[in-house]
Design a protein around this ligand. Structure first.
Ligand SMILES: Cc1cc2nc3c(=O)[nH]c(=O)nc-3n(C[C@H](O)[C@H](O)[C@H](O)COP(=O)(O)OP(=O)(O)OC[C@H]3O[C@@H](n4cnc5c(N)ncnc54)[C@H](O)[C@@H]3O)c2cc1C
Ligand code: SF4
Ligand code: SF4
Length: 405
């Protein structure tokens, strides 16, 4: 194992440098924190960059089709209904691919990952469910190489898909493989060293937590082993969680929430909130993405996207709060505790959910607030990297809110 990646400060531990089948130097040259987000990669894949005049494409990336959907028969132990896991199973069972790069749960911690190259339906099914920490998924690419896999499916975060596409093009190791990609939207991923520390402060019972997701009603839903759901409003998170490297630094310098280079992206953020049906939000981007979706078309219940409300007031309020906080890097350490009680936090979350943006407008809100925050994080902490890391659509979004770059 090579651990040269630890010499690079911005690193999301994607696993590419941890392979010993190729020099870590080559992985690092393909790393998105050295090459930058989108730009040339988007042009390579789609023949053009996203339009700056199309407000949806600007935020969600280039696509052929988007829809709200769920599996009619949800798969057990998956994050929502298991669209990703089912597509992966069908891709394998139909012979479209010979193996799937995914993650199992580690034996040490339920929420930690164990990278696997899955070569059976059971192993693919065991990959279901989120591991909400940085995960070295791409280390399994070397197993695929060694086993002579010709047709491969990779399930990954946006940084992983960027690194994979760049590496496949730049170096010979994967060049002859036919690779399909399924992307998850991703933001604010946790540093594995800080994850339990954080969950202990957020949940009343972190040991029994089995499913964690930041949902559209401004609360973190934590499902426990006995099936009960704890909802913790974002506004009531203890203040010591902010500014303590809970979210990895790499994730504060991330500019592709929607996984725009994946063949197909499967999330939930633009779907309606329905705890019973758990609807998902699917963005089909390429011909390979269409092939993957068609594998499960008859197992899907679908509906059209919807949109309501206005994201602007929330973004402007957030920008006014977060930009000065990021600028003030010499601030004294915060005292532990909540600024807002759980009861008050719930009232604020209920009020915002009632009156705030929904559907696509909520997804736009989530994208914009992270771009505004991450742009300023890079500006104040890594000003020399602004030119490399930040894709051009970010400047258009800042301009739309009249936030100076
Ligand atoms: C850290 C994180 C943040 C996310 N944030 C959002 C968000 O803000 N908005 C949104 O719409 N969706 C987000 N998602 C995606 C969402 O949680 C679901 O994974 C997605 O909607 C697919 O649901 P599913 O039931 O089809 O997935 P499943 O069928 O359960 O499949 C999930 C797949 O994702 C893989 N996976 C799990 N954790 C990771 C990880 N850490 N790194 C790489 N691969 C992983 C699994 O191995 C599995 O193959 C996030 C996921 C993660 C891990
Ligand atoms: S993100 Fe991946 S490619 Fe980049 S330095 Fe870290 S391990 Fe290497
Ligand atoms: S937030 Fe961005 S950098 Fe962090 S794991 Fe997700 S895709 Fe990678």
């Amino acid at each position: 194992m090579q651990y040269e990646q630890f010499r690079q400060k911005l690193c999301s531990l994607c696993g590419l440098c941890m392979a010993d089948a190729w020099p870590a130097k080559e992985s690092m040259r393909s790393c998105v924190f050295n090459t930058g987000w989108l730009g040339a990669r988007e042009r390579d894949l789609f023949g053009r960059e996203r339009s700056l005049d199309d407000t949806e494409e600007l935020r969600f990336g280039i696509s052929r089709e988007r829809f709200v959907g769920r599996l009619k028969k949800p798969l057990p132990r998956t994050q929502f209904t298991g669209i990703i896991t089912r597509m992966a199973q069908k891709a394998f069972e139909s012979g479209l691919v010979e193996a799937v790069v995914t993650l199992h749960r580690s034996r040490e911690d339920f929420f930690f990952p164990r990278p696997v190259l899955a070569r059976s339906s059971e192993d693919i099914l065991a990959g279901g469910g989120s591991k909400p920490v940085l995960s070295p998924t791409l280390v399994s690419l070397q197993d695929a190489c060694r086993e002579g896999i010709q047709k491969l499916l990779v399930i990954g975060t946006p940084c992983q898909i960027h690194n994979l596409r760049n590496f496949q093009e730049a170096y010979p190791y994967l060049r002859d493989m036919e690779i399909y990609t399924i992307g998850i939207p991703c933001t604010d991923n946790a540093n594995p060293r800080r994850f339990r520390w954080m969950l202990r402060r957020v949940s009343k019972s972190h040991r029994t937590a089995r499913h964690v997701e930041y949902m559209q009603d401004y609360t973190c839903h934590i499902t426990h082993a006995d099936g009960s759901i704890e909802k913790v409003p974002f506004f009531s998170f203890p203040r010591e969680l902010f500014g303590t490297n809970v979210f990895a630094e790499s994730c504060m310098a991330c500019f592709d929430y929607m996984n725009s280079l994946a063949d197909i992206t499967v999330g939930y953020i633009g779907a309606p909130l329905d705890r019973e049906k758990m609807p998902q939000w699917v963005t089909l981007r390429t011909e390979k993405g269409r092939v993957l979706r068609d594998l499960i078309a008859d197992e899907l219940e679908t509906s059209a996207e919807f949109s309501s409300g206005d994201r602007r007031p929330g973004i402007l309020m957030y920008a006014n709060k977060i930009i000065p906080r990021l600028a003030n890097r010499d601030a004294a350490p915060v005292k532990p505790g909540r600024d807002v009680s759980l009861k008050e936090g719930r009232e604020i979350a209920d009020m915002l959910y009632e009156t705030g943006p929904k559907g696509l407008e909520f997804a736009g809100y989530a994208v914009d607030m992270h771009l505004v925050r991450n742009y300023h994080y890079v500006k104040f902490n890594y000003p020399g990297l602004l030119g490399t890391l930040v894709p051009r659509h970010v400047y258009k979004i800042l301009e739309d809110y009249e936030i100076p770059a």
